[in-house]
Design a protein around this ligand. Structure first.
Ligand SMILES: Nc1ncnc2c1ncn2[C@@H]1O[C@H](COP(=O)(O)OP(=O)(O)OP(=O)(O)O)[C@@H](O)[C@H]1O
Ligand SMILES: [Mg+2]
Length: 464
């Protein structure tokens, strides 16, 4: 029964065991979701503490459509748990994707896929199920034909996606970075993607050395130079402008870089626009590459995706053939608000301009508080899983409009594989979803389960 109502919120007296945070309720023709529950005393319900659910009302059913309400719902109305059919009707649209079921029910948690280009963020503590959720999301988009590009920091997606896509007609392409493996493609990047600051992530450069490097880079007219050309270019630096020691030290440091970037650089870089095809997922497995190289890879991919499309739009008369989804795992390594690497700026550009060019960005992270607020606030859909860290919660509260404080408080109570989806992909304000299991686990079964190494009893005899 509704105890009180104000605006689009209602307090409901709960008498059914099955009602929990995230349950969807029907109140006459209105529908709402339980955002929060607490025990409370109230003169209307008697002096004993009773369980009260704070319900966010998201609409009234009118001619099979949910319309927003303009006044509070009537008090003392009777309240029911919404059934599967109702949930289906409420959540479905012309096209649907789904990551799992509505929590506590068998109804699919249907989402509106058309909003992917307003970007998404999957945020949770480590082990909460982010990669599983992302794999489900990627599968759903692939089935709708959207090309997907993933920067895979741990090298887990080839296994996850081949498993989840095993009966589906989808191509899974894997590109390695730095360490070639047979059967896989190799991603190459051009050295021109590195800004003078980026060089500083691999080799410490003093201010005069940085300025000498900038002078060399400025001399190149095209972007097809190689690291060798830069090294050679240091020979052209004038000792009138730079100290001889500076030039020598810069050259020495650049030579040492050749090792770090062995197998990574080539003159033009892999043409990634060629990699993106409908019904195809391209995984960039950067797990063997050092962090600095991974950052350069993200920088290159982000730059190329956007630049390729801008070029196409300006130079070609035909429209861009297809949109795409760009998934960045461990995004705090690339979008950290304190990071001066170009990858952060390139990602911020995709976040702010990608939409116009049909690029959807999906950032995944277990350290939301480290991600640039600019980038997070461009993500109109948040998929939140188990989070305990208060500073992460605070950051989420600041970056996303679509989530209220009560939900954030409750993020600790989510189990592995449970998520709250709020924002553009969702047709209702938020939804508690149990994500589909993929059915492969890490090598958890191995923990504390190693067999003892056999020792041979030598008796009294010694080896001679
Ligand atoms: N939807 C799910 N249903 C059942 N089990 C799940 C689900 N999601 C995740 N798990 C379990 O939790 C484990 C960790 O999941 P996952 O690798 O997706 O977490 P993560 O948040 O990406 O972790 P990390 O921070 O290490 O990247 C999985 O190996 C699996 O056993
Ligand atoms: Mg993961």
């Amino acid at each position: 029964m509704v105890v009180s109502a104000e605006g689009r919120e209602a307090d409901v007296l709960v008498q059914d065991e099955r009602v929990e945070t995230g349950s969807i309720l029907r109140i006459e023709d209105y529908y709402g979701i339980v955002a929060y529950m607490r025990y409370r005393e109230d003169e209307k319900i008697g002096s004993k503490q009773k369980l009260i659910a704070s319900v966010q009302i998201f609409g009234k059913l009118t001619k099979n459509r949910l319309v927003r309400i303009k006044k509070p719902i009537p008090p003392y109305s009777k309240v029911y748990l919404a059934g599967e059919k109702e949930l289906n009707m409420m959540l479905s649209g012309e096209k649907n994707i789904s990551l799992g079921v509505v929590y506590g029910t068998k109804a699919r948690a249907l989402l509106n896929p058309a909003e992917y280009d307003r970007h998404m963020a999957i945020l949770a503590s480590t082990g909460a199920g982010k990669s599983y959720t992302a794999a489900n999301l990627i599968k759903e988009y692939l089935m709708l034909s959207l090309p997907v590009l993933i920067v895979d920091t741990h090298g887990e997606y080839p296994r996850l996606l081949s498993h989840i896509l095993k009966d589906k007609d989808i191509d899974v392409m894997v590109y390695t970075v730095k360490h070639p493996r047979s059967g896989y493609g190799e991603l190459k990047i051009p050295v021109s993607i590195l800004s003078p600051e980026d060089f500083g992530h691999f080799i410490y450069l003093t201010e005069p050395q940085k300025s000498a490097l900038e002078t060399v880079l400025d001399k190149f007219e095209k972007t097809d130079y190689m690291l060798e050309d830069i090294i050679e270019g240091t020979g052209m630096l004038s000792t009138n402008d730079f100290h001889e020691g500076t030039i020598k030290a810069l050259k020495r440091k650049l030579i040492s870089l050749q090792r770090t970037f062995k197998n990574v650089f080539d003159r033009y870089g892999t043409d990634i626009t060629e990699l993106m095809k409908p019904y195809q997922v391209t995984i960039i497995d950067a797990s063997y590459a050092p962090a600095g190289v991974r950052q350069s890879v993200v920088s290159y991919l982000s730059h190329e995706l956007l630049a390729g499309r801008i070029r196409h739009k300006n130079e070609m008369s035909d429209p861009i053939e297809y949109d795409l989804l760009f998934v960045v795992e461990e995004a705090h390594n690339y979008a950290n608000s304190r990071l001066a690497h170009s990858c952060r700026f390139q990602l911020a550009r995709i976040a702010s301009e990608g939409r116009k060019f049909g690029i959807g960005l999906c950032v995944i992270s277990q350290k939301p508080s480290k991600i640039d607020e600019e980038i997070l606030s461009q993500c109109n859909t948040g998929i939140y899983m188990h989070i305990t860290n208060p500073s992460d919660k605070d950051h989420i509260r600041r970056s996303f409009e679509s989530i209220n404080d009560e939900i954030i408080k409750d993020l600790d109570s989510l189990d592995v594989g449970e998520c709250i989806i709020a924002g553009a992909l969702n047709r209702i304000p938020f939804l508690l979803c149990s994500v589909d299991d993929i059915g492969i686990s890490r090598e958890e079964g191995m923990k504390f389960n190693y067999s003892r190494i056999e020792k041979t009893d030598l008796g009294d005899s010694d080896y001679v």
